[in-house]
Design a protein around this ligand. Structure first.
Ligand SMILES: *Cc1c(COP(=O)(O)O)cnc(C)c1O
Length: 345
C-alpha cells in the first residue's frame, strides 16, 4: 500500500545542482548566496529589504525584539494558527491575546481584533491561513488608528497575492515573515525570512540575527578593518549558504508550484461540488492563493461517522493525516496528488 505522508517537498535536478555547487565553494555559512536569496525575495515580493534567517520561528522572535515588546505588552494574533505565531510573544515576555476568526475563511476577523485591544496592546500578528491573505487593509486601518505594529505571519503564503500585490510586499504592514520548512510552499530544509520596507527595522534585524555584532566603514576607518562592536543582545539565527542556494532555486519554481496546487484544488472542488458532507473555505475576491493547504469543513453528523473513525480509516488507507491546528484537523497538500482536510470541531 502506498503511504501518503503529511507533506512532501519537490526537489529538482537544478535544486540539487545549486546546492552541490555551494558545497564545492568556499562558503557554507554566510556567503554570496544569502544576499542573492534576499535580493530574489525582494524582487519577487516588491519589498525593499529582506533578512533571511534560520526559521520563521526565529524570524518571529526577532520581529518581536525589534519592536521592543516585553513584560506587560500585549500582542494580538489569531486563534487559528501554529504555536509559533503566539510563542514569539512569550519569548520576549509579552502577553498573547487571541482574536477569533471569520468562519468563512478561517482568517483573523478584524472586528474581533478590535475587541481584544487594550491600552497595553502593541502589535497585531495576522496569519494568512492556508495561503489566503487576511483583510490587510482593514487590519492596517485598525493598527493606524491605535498606533499598533503589524507583523504578517505569512508562513503559509509565499506566492499568494492580496489585491494584486504579492504577500510580503508589506504595503499594509511593518514586516512579513515567511517559512521555508519542507511542508511550506517552497523549502530550504529549515529557514525563514523577514520582509520590510523600513531601513531602520532592517538594520535592527541584522544585528539581532547575528549576536548584535556591528561592523561598518565608519568603525573600520576609526579603528582598523578588524574592528567590531557588540552593543546589544543578539542571537545566531543565520541561514546557511547551502539553504539560501536551495531557496534561490526553489523560488524560481514557485509559479509552477502555485499553478499545480491550484489545479489539484480545482479538482477537489469539482469532485465534492455536490457533496453536502464536505465544504470548502471561501476565497475572498482580493485573494489569489498559492494554497499551502486545502482546508475542507466536514459535517460529521451528515457523514455518519465520527472524527476519530474518519481519521483512523484514512490512516489505514495510507493517508497519514495529522491534527495540526487544534480547532481544525488538517492534511497537507502533497505535491502532485495530495490534499489537506480541515474539520471544525
Ligand atoms: C510553520 C509555521 C511557522 C513556523 O515556521 P518554521 O519555519 O518551522 O519556524 C510559523 N507560523 C505559521 C503559521 C506556520 O505555519
Amino acid at each position: 500500500m502506498k503511504i501518503y505522508g503529511y507533506g512532501k517537498q519537490s526537489v529538482s535536478a537544478d535544486d540539487i545542482k545549486i546546492v552541490t555547487d555551494v558545497l564545492n565553494s568556499d562558503f557554507l555559512s554566510q556567503g554570496p548566496k544569502v544576499g542573492e536569496f534576499e535580493e530574489a525575495l525582494c524582487a519577487y515580493t516588491g519589498a525593499k529589504y529582506c533578512i533571511a534567517v534560520s526559521s520563521a520561528t526565529a524570524a518571529l522572535h526577532i520581529a518581536m525584539a525589534t519592536f521592543d515588546i516585553s513584560d506587560g505588552d500585549e500582542v494580538i494574533t489569531t486563534s487559528n494558527t501554529f504555536a509559533a505565531s503566539a510563542n514569539c510573544v512569550r519569548y520576549v515576555g509579552g502577553t498573547v491575546k487571541f482574536a477569533d476568526i471569520d468562519f468563512e475563511t478561517a482568517n483573523i476577523n478584524p472586528d474581533e481584533i478590535k475587541k481584544q485591544i487594550t491600552n497595553r496592546t502593541k502589535a497585531i500578528i495576522p496569519v494568512h491561513f492556508a495561503g489566503q491573505s487576511c483583510d490587510m487593509e482593514a487590519i492596517h486601518d485598525i493598527a493606524k488608528e491605535k498606533g499598533l505594529y503589524v507583523i504578517e505571519d505569512a508562513a503559509h503564503a509565499i506566492g499568494s497575492n492580496y489585491k494584486g500585490m504579492k504577500i510580503g510586499s508589506c504595503k499594509y504592514s511593518d514586516m512579513a515573515i515567511f517559512s521555508f520548512h519542507p511542508v511550506k510552499n517552497i523549502t530550504t530544509g529549515e529557514g525563514g525570512a523577514i520582509m520590510t520596507n523600513s531601513k531602520d527595522l532592517h538594520k535592527k534585524l541584522l544585528l539581532l540575527r547575528a549576536h548584535g555584532i556591528e561592523r561598518d566603514s565608519e568603525l573600520y576607518d576609526a579603528h582598523g578593518k578588524w574592528y567590531y562592536e557588540i552593543n546589544s543582545l543578539g542571537f545566531n539565527y543565520r541561514i546557511t549558504e547551502i539553504q539560501a542556494a536551495l531557496g534561490i532555486s526553489q523560488l524560481k519554481r514557485i509559479e509552477d508550484f502555485k499553478a499545480k496546487r491550484k489545479h489539484i484544488i480545482s479538482l477537489y472542488k469539482k469532485i465534492f461540488a455536490n457533496d453536502t458532507r464536505i465544504s470548502f473555505l471561501k476565497e475572498r475576491d482580493f485573494s489569489d492563493m498559492c494554497f499551502h493547504i486545502c482546508p475542507i469543513l466536514i459535517d460529521f453528523e451528515n457523514l455518519g461517522i465520527d472524527k476519530k473513525k474518519f481519521f483512523n480509516d484514512l490512516f489505514d488507507a495510507g493517508l497519514r493525516l495529522q491534527v495540526h491546528i487544534y480547532r481544525f484537523t488538517c492534511i497537507l497538500i502533497i505535491e502532485g496528488l495530495g490534499f489537506h482536510l480541515v474539520t471544525i470541531q
